[in-house]
Design a protein around this ligand. Structure first.
Ligand code: ZN
Length: 119
């Protein structure tokens, strides 16, 4: 009962797996930097982190972007396994291969994406 992947899906799967690894590495690195900043201040209970606040906030923002991207990548990998990859999560239409090549973890077609953004 295993779903037979098309060559396009196989190709996208390997790209997504690579993205997943890179993002996981980057997030782990950012976490480490974040801990270094907090640790270097010598204050563990975060009462007065004003000086490092900017740096910490920036890292937090970066890691949020990365972790959202990682979630999208993981979702896409699950969709490949379920045979739902490339199908818009909102309207159920096929997402064009060109869009998926540009954005392998896209869950929505262009129409739904722009509709969501206009709201
Ligand atoms: Zn759609």
């Amino acid at each position: 009962m295993s779903y037979e992947l098309t060559s396009f899906e196989k190709e996208m799967e390997s790209i997504l797996l690579e993205m997943q690894q890179q993002l996981q590495g980057k997030i782990a690195e950012t976490d480490q930097d974040f801990r270094n900043v907090v640790g270097a201040s010598g204050i563990k209970d975060s009462i007065d982190l004003a000086t490092d606040d900017m740096a910490a906030k920036k890292m937090e923002a970066i890691s949020k972007v990365d972790s959202n991207r990682l979630k999208a990548v993981e979702q896409a990998l699950i969709r490949i396994k379920n045979g739902k990859y490339g199908i818009c999560a909102q309207c159920g239409k096929r997402i064009p291969e060109g869009r998926l090549r540009a954005l392998p973890y896209a869950l929505l077609c262009m129409d739904c994406k722009s509709r969501n953004e206009n709201h």
